[in-house]
Design a binder for this molecule. Structure first.
Ligand code: MG
Length: 452
């Protein structure tokens, strides 16, 4: 029996690895485990979104569950609505930051958080054994449209930031939504907060004509150029389903995810004594420094946003974050939320009357570097064991992948949950050191591929 779920739901190339029949039956399996009740459904702007959403709705209704369709929206909007609509589950059709040929499904429980690995295994069991609860004719579910989800979600975010101060600051903001659903929330949110908004790539288009949906520095050159050209205060970029946000300062420099996370963390963690921060081991020393300065405790997890979300709930922790620009603010909701993160960053700028580059300059300086190494699919599962052997004599952490720790920095090697590649993150006290460490990691992975 294979696995359906990766790090964040089920992903596959459209009509090849991911078919409408699969989406139909995954939805039936999810409702068999999570139902009965209502299921909130949504999609991003990807190709096949409507096709897969219709399959999901058919599957859900066939189990006697009801659907509430909120229309295209960011994943965090759907997650925000699930508990508010007293739903039993949520199903989002998205492949997040993956390239355009991918689509996928994220399954949320009644609290709006993606289901745990344990529940995924139950759903997979039900899917592979075809043990769906199919209802009789008189119990078939009803579909309902719900038109105000985005308004309610935006209003929900505004309650958690200092609207008055942000209004006074009159910030000029460029929002790059990658032709996806971030465009439905962040420009309006920023306008509501009194910012002047310039939108880039804001028409929904599953071909992603503006830029690839992953908000990495190399994909954000147009945003950087635009921020400089219009003298904006900040650039905000989302991934395909807007659960993440990456920022560009007023000089056009792209921030590392750890930097924006640290700017938020250093404020949020000071609001309470003995606060707790939850973060995966891929986060760097900057986050450790900021937590220590704020007197906060760090709870490390394996890499993956779902694990962070569940840990935040379990510990009733104050904040979560990832190096990829995902920030979790539990007073709003315990999931990554790109528009919420953007509101928090402009709030810090407005309240402290500082530019984004000034806020970055206040942070301790470490340099990061990352790379990806393509691994033939049939070798991907063998790489970890070989790496463990190759690095046996090194100072290392093997909680998730292999993290080699040196006085001057560290490098983490881990497989992607969704693609046939391994990722390599490194951090050092100088740029050259970070580059050297990332190369060291990549070399180990290449060696492992040769031996696999
Ligand atoms: Mg995403």
């Amino acid at each position: 029996m294979g696995h359906l779920f990766g790090t964040n739901g089920v992903r596959g190339t459209i009509n090849k690895d991911l078919s409408v029949e699969m989406v139909l039956n995954i939805s039936r399996a999810a409702c068999t485990i999570l139902g009965p009740g209502r299921v909130v459904v949504s999609r991003d702007s990807r190709r096949g979104g409507m096709m897969f959403l219709n399959a999901a709705v058919s599957g859900i209704l066939s189990t006697g569950c009801h659907t509430i369709d909120i229309g295209p929206a960011p994943t965090p909007t759907l997650q925000f609505m699930v508990p508010r609509l007293n739903a039993a589950a949520g199903i989002m059709i998205t492949a997040s930051h993956n390239p355009g040929e991918f689509n996928g499904i994220k399954v949320m429980g009644a609290n709006g958080i993606e289901v745990s690995r344990q529940v995924e295994l139950q759903i997979e069991g039900c899917y592979f054994n075809r043990e769906f609860k199919i209802c009789t004719w008189d119990k078939v579910g009803k579909n309902q449209r719900y038109e105000t989800a985005l308004r309610e979600y935006i209003a929900g975010i505004k309650r958690h930031v200092n609207e008055g101060e942000i209004h006074k600051a009159q910030l000029v903001v460029v929002v790059d939504s990658a032709n996806s659903v971030g465009a439905l929330a962040t420009p309006e949110l920023m306008r509501d907060l009194g910012c002047k908004v310039i939108s880039l790539n804001s028409q929904l288009d599953g071909a992603f004509p503006g830029r690839p949906p992953e908000p990495t520095a190399q994909n954000l050159s147009e945003l950087s150029e635009t921020v400089k050209a219009v003298n904006a205060d900040i650039g905000i970029a989302h991934d395909g389903d807007a659960d993440r946000a990456t920022f560009v300062d007023e000089n056009g420099a792209v921030l590392w995810g750890d930097q924006s996370f640290a700017i938020i963390a250093s404020r949020v963690l000071r609001r309470r004594l003995n606060s707790t921060l939850v973060t995966p081991i891929s986060s760097g020393r900057l986050i450790e420094d900021v937590a220590k300065d704020a007197g906060a405790k760090i709870e490390w997890t394996v890499v993956g946003s779902v694990v962070v979300s569940h840990k935040l709930e379990e510990l009733r922790a104050d904040l979560g974050g990832e190096e990829n620009g995902g920030v979790f603010y539990p007073p709003h909701q315990s999931v990554r939320d790109g528009p919420m993160t953007a509101a928090q960053i402009v709030e810090v700028m407005a309240v402290e009357r500082k530019t984004l580059s000034q806020l970055v300059a206040e942070l301790p300086t470490y340099f990061s570097n990352k790379t990806k190494v393509q691994v033939p699919s049939e070798k991907k599962s063998k790489i970890l064991d070989i790496l463990l052997q190759l690095t046996e004599d090194q100072n290392r952490i093997t909680l998730d992948g292999v993290k080699l720790v040196f006085d001057e920095g560290w490098v983490l090697m881990r497989p992607s949950g969704t693609e046939p590649l391994w990722r390599c993150f490194a951090e050092g006290k100088t740029q050259a050191e970070a580059k050297r460490l990332v190369k060291l990691g990549a070399d180990f992975i290449h060696q492992a591929i040769d031996l696999a």
